[in-house]
Design a protein around this ligand. Structure first.
Ligand SMILES: NC(=O)c1ccc[n+]([C@@H]2O[C@H](COP(=O)([O-])OP(=O)(O)OC[C@H]3O[C@@H](n4cnc5c(N)ncnc54)[C@H](O)[C@@H]3O)[C@@H](O)[C@H]2O)c1
Length: 347
């Protein structure tokens, strides 16, 4: 039995508690939060302890794994302390808001010999599992084009609901908070990004960060793609990933394949053609409207990784890779110039 502790008992902590409750080998032991009364109120309905601070939670021998559910700009700070206390880590996305902080966290976990997974729960959605299988089987041929789109809507009240939201220091904008999910999926399916050219705008909210980001991407493989992320797209639409190869295309919306068309000849939809599918609503307009199964699957993978002595499916480097793409988009939008990344272009 693995004991869990949750740090930060806000919106996403409820998802972690629900996910842990579905796993036979897991038990929520304790939670903590800096806001007065928050941890006690959270613990009261979940049958776990409320600790007065991080040190008290980390001192508990029945906490083996710590879920870091605090604002994004505090992930590394909390995660490093937990790693040094010998706790395995489930860190919410993004890994943090800067690459330097991400590196500190990855290094602390490595030095302490603890496992680190950065939440990207949509990798465990049925449509993404199937898409990765199809890519592994090579049915799309050579990949040439991909699009990752998050056209969501968030109200001004959402940004005003907590001081950290919509700030560069603690949150980042639409792309770093909401769009990063499908940035990670894009990177996972298409491989390393070599170069991005981007444009950002703040159009519908009183915030210092962008509420709309657009980028064109060149992958190391030579394939090209686009990234779009917005919290200004009323009323909110499914998150979408399209992957096109020389032999066909798969389109995923909110974690389900809604269209697949591939065959032996261009234009031949063939046996893989499913036509329109069952689009899901998801978190397009409501940040709390996400399903528990994929978080549970990622946490189960971490426990299996610890047991088997392997890296988790979504490790610290994967979290850093997604952040690196987002930071490159921001840098390109700021300077007006393309930004090169570490993914190599073909010679
Ligand atoms: N995977 C997803 O789909 C998903 C969805 C929502 C949020 N998130 C991520 O989860 C994180 C938290 O988001 P949220 O919406 O739950 O925020 P929130 O504001 O609802 O909750 C954050 C909580 O952390 C507490 N906190 C702040 N500093 C702390 C500290 N030093 N120690 C302990 N507690 C502290 C706050 O008091 C608050 O209760 C963010 O990084 C966000 O990107 C992920």
């Amino acid at each position: 039995m693995s004991g869990f502790g949750i740090v930060g008992t806000g919106v996403i902590a409820a998802m972690h508690a629900a996910a842990i409750a579905t796993l036979p080998g897991a038990r929520l032991a304790a939670v903590t939060d800096v806001a007065a009364g928050a941890a006690a109120a959270f613990a009261a309905t979940r049958g776990c302890a409320a600790e007065p601070g991080l040190d008290a939670l980390l001192a508990r021998p029945d906490v083996d794994v710590v879920c870091v559910c605090v604002p994004s700009g505090l992930h590394a700070e909390v995660g490093v302390r937990a790693a040094r206390a010998g706790k395995h880590l489930v860190v919410e996305k993004p890994i943090d808001v800067t690459l330097a902080a991400a590196d500190r966290l990855i290094e602390a976990a490595r030095t302490a010999g603890v496992a680190l997974t950065v939440i990207s729960q949509h990798r465990f959605d049925p449509g993404l599992v199937e898409l990765k299988r199809l890519l592994g089987d090579g049915v799309l041929g050579r990949l040439v084009l991909a699009e990752a789109s998050t056209k969501w809507y968030r109200t001004q009240a959402y940004y005003d609901s907590a001081a950290w939201r919509g700030t560069w220091a603690m949150d980042g904008g639409s792309l770093l908070n909401q769009g990063i999910h499908y940035v990670d999926l894009l990177r996972w399916c298409m491989g390393p990004v070599a170069e991005v050219t981007a444009l950002c705008a703040t159009q519908a909210h009183q915030v210092e960060v962008e509420d709309t980001a657009l980028a064109i991407v060149r992958f190391g493989s030579g394939a090209v793609g686009t990234i779009l992320s917005s919290t200004a797209a009323f009323p909110g639409f499914p998150q979408r990933l399209e992957v096109t190869g020389t032999d066909g295309t798969v389109i995923v919306e909110d974690g389900r394949i809604v269209r697949r068309a591939f065959g032996t000849q261009a234009g031949d939809a063939g046996p893989g053609d499913t036509g329109p599918g069952d689009g899901a609503i998801g978190a397009a307009a409501d940040p709390a409207a996400i399903e528990v199964a994929s978080h549970a699957a990622q946490i189960a993978d971490l426990l299996a990784a610890i047991e088997e002595g392997r890296e988790p499916a979504v490790d610290g480097q994967a979290g850093r890779d997604a952040l690196e793409i987002v930071r490159a988009v921001y840098e390109s939008a700021r300077t007006g110039s393309p930004v090169r990344l570490t993914g190599a272009l073909p010679s």
